[in-house]
Design a protein around this ligand. Structure first.
Ligand code: NAD
Length: 412
């Protein structure tokens, strides 16, 4: 099942509970605009190469649209559509005044030099600058794009429209970025874990609980680090090469230093080797998949031994696996809420840019905590009232807000 079909299934499960009706359902599933542009650039050796870039703007009923731009050879319209709609639900579930969008360029960034990536980025902005903007659609980093990419986007867009730092978020901190943005998604995952453990795990938070974390990039490494700081016991960590497991708990600071030195958590000497399959089946309180989509599927869902899954990655649990986990009693905290910390601090960055202001890291973290805990309380109250899983409840909250805004605007 494609990512788009999975998102649609989750949407339908919620819309059935809400009794939305066909007309509004069609409006909420149909993207507002999709554009594909040719991105032709000169490579360093003088050859001309052409890529295709997409931007899908899913829904703007609640405000300007928001979503990342990824560079990957498998980027296609279907994937971008699915991710754009997820952004509509993600911004809504944490109650940000944004809609959802997503974009990407189908290219192999690992084969491109820094100068070539800059040309690809600037050319892509040439193709889409008319449809993005601080009050229209605000891109952000995603797979294989980073703060530097955002700086190029800001600069290229500003050449057409005048100085506009608020056109993108996830910028470098020394170029109108926000303090706290780098850690924000991991910080949000930890807040989500804390909330679900308190609500469904006997009132106690992350302290002394055990965690297995897949992925040690931005989301996985910050999640592990912050869990460790809060007294959680991280017992297994993997990345693309492999990983390490230690039931007594891993010293995450030491692991970070090791991964920095070697480029991977694989081979860490203070634990046993651990494959990605073994990590997913590790006995622990909470599994945090924070790398890829579709890693918990119908083939391995029955072998999951965690009591909770907090989705750090987008779409790590397939639709079929979700059903198996529910029957097993595993509580899944859905991606649209669990990894919304990043877009929340992106929103804070946008606000700071528009106000020409800078917030301290402490203010950013406090406001992130307030938003994430408020959102969990809302999702939990819907889940309890309607007797539905947290994922369906999160979609009910998100869809309800977008539908309400749309009907106030008179577009349904
Ligand atoms: P990243 O590129 O920084 O890190 C990805 C990690 O996954 C790396 O440790 C890599 O080694 C590992 N990995 C890659 N292939 C793997 C494989 N086959 N098996 C196991 N591990 C593998 O990416 P990130 O920013 O941490 O994003 C991770 C996930 O979180 C993605 O699904 C992304 O869409 C989602 N997400 C990220 C953010 C953010 O702010 N960075 C926000 C929301 C959601």
């Amino acid at each position: 099942m494609s990512a788009l079909e999975t998102t649609l299934r989750y949407f339908k499960a919620a819309s059935k509970v809400m009794d939305l009706g066909d007309r509004i359902e069609r409006f909420l599933t149909q993207p507002r605009r999709e554009i594909s542009v040719e991105v032709s650039v000169e490579l360093d050796d003088g050859r001309l190469e052409t890529f295709v870039g997409h931007r899908v703007q899913h829904n703007s009923a609640r405000g300007p649209m928001k979503g990342g731009i990824r560079y990957h050879h498998l980027v296609d319209l279907d994937e971008v559509r699915s991710l754009a709609s997820l952004m509509t639900w993600k911004t809504s579930v944490v109650d940000l005044p944004f809609g959802g969008a997503k974009g990407g360029v189908a290219c192999r960034p690992e084969t491109l030099s820094e100068r070539e990536l800059e040309r690809v980025t600037r050319k892509f902005v040439d193709g889409i600058h008319d449809v993005i903007g601080p009050n229209k659609d605000i891109p952000a980093p995603d797979m294989n794009t980073n703060a530097q990419t955002m700086a190029w986007i800001m600069d290229q867009y500003s050449k057409y429209h005048g100085f506009s730092p608020a056109v993108v978020t996830g910028k470098p901190v020394d170029l109108h970025g926000s303090l706290g943005r780098e850690a924000a998604t991991g910080r949000g995952v930890v807040i989500a874990a804390e909330e679900v453990l308190r609500a469904h795990g006997g009132g106690k938070g992350v302290q002394d609980r055990t965690f297995a974390v897949q992925g040690f990039g931005n989301v996985g490494s910050w999640t592990s680090r912050l869990l460790h700081e809060k007294g959680g016991r991280v017992v297994a960590v993997t990345d693309v090469r492999g990983g390490t497991r230690n039931p007594k708990g891993i010293d995450v600071g030491d692991l970070l230093a090791f991964a920095k030195r070697t480029g991977s958590v694989d081979g860490y000497p203070e634990g046993d080797p651990c494959t990605n399959d073994e990590l997913l089946e590790t006995k622990c309180d909470v599994l945090v998949p924070a790398a890829l989509d579709g890693v918990v599927h119908k083939g391995n869902a029955k072998d999951i031994r965690a009591k909770f899954i907090v989705e750090g990655a987008n779409g790590p649990v397939t639709w079929e696996a979700d059903e198996v986990l529910r029957k097993k009693g595993v509580v899944v905290v859905p991606d649209i809420y669990a990894n919304a910390g990043g877009v929340t601090v992106s929103y804070f960055e946008w606000v700071q840019n528009l106000q020409v202001d800078t917030w301290s890291e402490e203010v950013v973290n406090r406001r992130l905590h307030e938003r994430m805990t408020r959102a969990f309380a809302k999702i939990q109250s819907v889940a309890s009232a309607r007797k539905v899983p947290l994922r369906t409840a999160a979609f009910v909250v998100a869809i309800g807000r977008v539908a309400a805004a749309a009907s106030r605007l008179g577009i349904s």
